[in-house]
Design a protein around this ligand. Structure first.
Ligand SMILES: N[C@@H](CCC(=O)N[C@@H](CS)C(=O)NCC(=O)O)C(=O)O
Length: 220
């Protein structure tokens, strides 16, 4: 029997959350080793499992994977979330990278000061640059690429929910994305992940920020 997938990260979203979403969408159970203390991170370093001295780290199929995108590529390929051919995959990757750009901007917020201009910038770019792309792609289509679920769909659901947490009305001008959210949320694996008590992480709080800084010895 295949060993269970194990995720090593903090008790928060950060770079691991999109990985959690992909695994959940694929119906893959996973365990988590939650980093709360510097010595856990130092143990991973001394064990030689962090290729670049960074997390996320994911144990899967006997591999110890690092680098968020490499991890997501592995999961997407393994669980058929990357389209039917090379051309599909190119579109899926373009959509996915745009969504990762938006989610990365949001990810940095709790570690930043002077939030107002940063939030304004995210809202403006989401409204004018990113969401119109997905609104158009979903016009008359159920999925972003082809006729089955891909990682781009999973990232869009995650990203659009994150945007709504910050800007509750943001989807009012994007009815196709709103309808897509509704459809996606009903897929059994995703519906399960959206329930309270799942391994989906909440918005970052002060404890999360403090823990990340202490474990990684970051001084901002
Ligand atoms: N490109 C890497 C970046 C990973 C990264 O920056 N991880 C942070 C935590 S979210 C880290 O471990 N930082 C410690 C360090 O860089 O020394 C990825 O996508 O996985």
């Amino acid at each position: 029997m295949a060993e269970k997938v194990v995720l090593y990260y903090f008790n928060g979203r950060g770079r691991m959350e999109a990985i959690r979403w992909l695994l959940a969408a694929a119906g893959v159970e996973f365990d988590e080793v939650i980093l709360t203390e510097r010595k856990q991170y130092e143990k991973l370093l001394s064990d030689g499992v962090l290729m670049y001295e960074q997390v996320p780290l994911v144990e899967i199929d006997g591999l110890k994977l690092v680098q968020t995108r490499a991890i997501m590529n592995y999961i997407s390929e393994k669980y058929n979330l990357d389209g039917k051919d090379l051309k599909d995959r190119a579109m899926i990757n373009m959509y996915s990278e745009g969504l990762m750009d938006v989610m990365e901007m949001i990810m940095y917020l709790p570690f930043s000061s002077d939030l107002k201009p940063k939030l304004d910038n995210i809202q403006k770019k989401a409204n004018e640059r990113y969401l119109p792309v997905f609104e158009k792609a979903l016009s008359g289509a159920s999925y972003l690429v082809g006729d089955s679920l891909s990682r781009a769909d999973v990232h869009l659901l995650e990203c659009s929910l994150m945007l709504e947490e910050k800007f509750p009305e943001i989807l009012s001008k994007f009815p196709n994305i709103k309808a897509f959210q509704g459809r996606m949320s009903q897929l059994p694996n995703i519906s399960k992940f959206l329930q309270p008590g799942s391994k989906r992480k909440p918005q970052p709080d002060a404890v999360y920020v403090k823990t990340v800084m202490a474990v990684l010895k970051i001084n901002l």
